[in-house]
Write a protein that binds this ligand. Sequence first.
Ligand SMILES: [Zn+2]
Length: 121
Amino acid sequence: MHELPFVMRLLAETDEIARENRMDRIRRIRVEVGALSGIVPECVSLYFESASEGHAAEGAELEFTEDPAILRCAECGREFPHEPGQAHVAGRDPFDCPVCGGPGILVKGTGSGSRLLSVEG
Ligand SMILES: [Zn+2]
């Protein structure tokens, strides 16, 4: 759903970077995806494959890094990343503070954005 506009933005940015740096071809693109952004890396790759045709980044390899949401403990004030998978393994609620077990509150804006990190020609 959100992926196509995101891919179009990536292509516009990479075209711009290629032009500015006189690169004929972009071979690798690093992208940061916010955990709460609703962007699914697999879908980005899929759209990218067809949408990149004719662009500098055509056929480039996409590398994704997840940008986690950050929670702040209401008890001790510590900030920690929201990592549902790891917290589950450790046997605690992913919203609980890893230090004191207090309730974590989402730090506004974290994990919500997705952006281009770097490109390689
Ligand atoms: Zn705490």
